[in-house]
Design a protein around this ligand. Structure first.
Ligand code: FAD
Length: 458
């Protein structure tokens, strides 16, 4: 008898509980990935993630071939295609990692029903996409179905204890006659799309190389350098975590096995990821609706939104960050916070506008992390200080003190030395005219007053 391992956001062979369980349950396993038309229809198949996904699928297929198997790829509705492959191969069970989005939860239900109708079973596995499964930790109180505050969550998370890391299988025997088609390219996954010029290589091998390098040379200083914009000293593992090329359980085990404040700070960030996933799993509508409504009546101004998206706001650190996103499909966490505060508070625009733009470009674009971080910054989410506004100038001086981050991404200001690059508006006359760079889109003090009035704070 055969079983299907239906890959989703878990495109790896090391520490892969879904594949492990499928191999234990049957003599032959069909490793299956469905290019799900529902995800494309929902606007989630964008060029940058398609490029990364193409690399990740090719790498997974290569890894399976080394073990005597291959990756079977189908395109269409994930439920219909999986049921079809089950019928073709006679698979009695389909194994799948538990998801957290409303879409993933509906998919699990539909797939379970579809398989049951044909006498087959769906087996859903926890702690594959996150280190601690959503819902495994609950605050006290009968009506509480998730943690809304990070610190108490983190305390429980640290005490939770993780499952052991599973080795990669030595062989993956597939049923006779199972063959893979060509692994789709980015252009097939997202026709007509144009990826950003510089993107990370997708796949488990690239992810493991990056993690190895990070453990050797980045992690020890992480707590001191995580906000250093020009230093670019964070792990850049987020796309590998989003697609599951790396296992969060394995990363936590490996980092927790090291002593030092850097490793501790890194583990804490991985717990943030779990935190947002458990919020979304309990409140799937938080992907679209305010988690906590503040009665906002957001402004609308398409010219201002376009200036923000294109990096022409006249605030160098904001523009640098937005241009980094366009160029690399990635942005530093501190920069994400700055541009999100600027859009939602200084310009007082709907967080959904910013979140959509991020999802259009981020290689790590992830419904739980993106929407809930946006809500956090907009003050509609789980932040306990919802009305805090980040001043881009103060933040720029603090996290890019010599202006190197801005000069890297805003080359038209490269002639301005040191921190002077953060305030081109202070130049006058011919000196100012020498720089082809816009005036500030908004007066920061006016923006602050507007926001505070809108929230009824003054
Ligand atoms: P590191 O600093 O090396 O952290 C290690 C890992 O911890 C990251 O790879 C990530 O998986 C996790 N992590 C770190 N910070 C956070 C956080 N605040 N929330 C959740 N997980 C975190 N992250 C995404 O993965 N996808 C998104 O779509 C996304 N959108 C964001 C939108 C906004 C407005 C903000 C403020 C943050 C967003 N983040 C998102 C979180 C964070 O910015 C990125 O995870 C981080 O910048 C990725 O870089 P890194 O891998 O070098 O992170």
């Amino acid at each position: 008898e055969a079983a299907i391992c239906l890959f989703s956001s878990d495109l790896r062979l090391h520490d892969q509980p879904v594949l492990h369980a499928a191999l234990r349950s049957a003599a032959r396993v069909v490793p299956l990935f469905v290019v799900d038309s529902g995800i494309a229809d929902a606007g989630f198949m964008v060029p940058n993630r398609a490029a990364f996904l193409a690399g990740a699928l090719a790498d997974l297929d290569a890894g399976l071939r080394e073990r005597g198997g291959c990756l079977v790829i189908r395109t269409g509705d994930v439920v219909a295609e999986t049921c079809r492959v089950a019928a073709e191969t006679g698979a009695g069970q389909v194994h799948l990692a538990a998801g957290v989005s409303g879409y993933a939860l509906r998919r699990e239900r539909r797939l379970g029903d579809g398989l049951a109708a044909a006498g087959r079973a769906l087996v859903v596995h926890d702690a594959v996409i996150t280190a601690v499964p959503p819902g495994a930790l609950l605050p006290s109180g009968a009506d509480k179905d998730h943690f809304a505050v990070f610190t108490p969550y983190f305390r429980r998370w640290q005490a939770a204890g993780l499952r052991p890391v599973l080795p990669a299988p030595r062989s993956v025997p597939v049923p006779a006659g199972v063959r893979s088609k060509d692994v789709p390219s980015a252009a097939v996954l997202c026709p007509g799309g144009k990826p950003s010029p510089v993107l990370p290589e997708g796949g488990e091998r690239a992810g493991r190389r990056r993690f190895g390098a990070w453990q050797r040379s980045g992690m020890a200083d992480y707590q001191d350098r995580q906000d250093d914009l020009p230093g670019d000293a964070t792990s850049r593992l987020s796309p590998y975590l989003h697609f599951g090329c790396l296992s969060p359980v394995e990363l936590v085990h490996k980092a927790a096995g090291r002593t030092g404040a850097g490793a501790e700070a890194f583990v804490r960030q991985l717990a943030w990821r779990d935190f947002h996933h458990q919020v979304l799993a309990a409140r799937p509508d938080a992907a679209r609706a305010d988690y906590r409504t503040r009665g906002d009546r957001w402004r609308q101004d398409s010219a201002e939104v376009a200036a923000w998206k294109e990096g022409r706001t006249g605030f160098p650190v904001i523009d640098a960050a937005m241009r980094q996103l366009l160029h690399e499909g990635w942005m530093h966490n501190r920069a994400r916070m700055l541009v999100a505060s600027f859009l939602t508070k200084t310009l007082y625009m709907d967080w959904r506008v910013g979140a959509r733009h991020f999802l259009d470009l981020l290689v790590d674009g992830d419904l739980a992390d993106n929407q809930l971080n946006w809500q956090w910054m907009a003050g509609t989410g789980t932040d306990t200080r919802p009305n805090r506004v980040l001043n881009p100038l103060v933040q720029a001086r603090r996290f890019d003190p010599h202006g190197d981050y801005v000069r890297r991404w805003v080359p038209e200001l490269a002639g301005l030395a040191g921190a002077a690059v953060h305030q081109p508006w202070r130049l006058t006359g011919p000196e100012r005219a020498a720089y082809d760079y816009p005036e500030p889109l908004v007066d920061l003090a006016d923006g602050l007053v507007r926001f505070r009035r809108a929230r009824g704070l003054e």
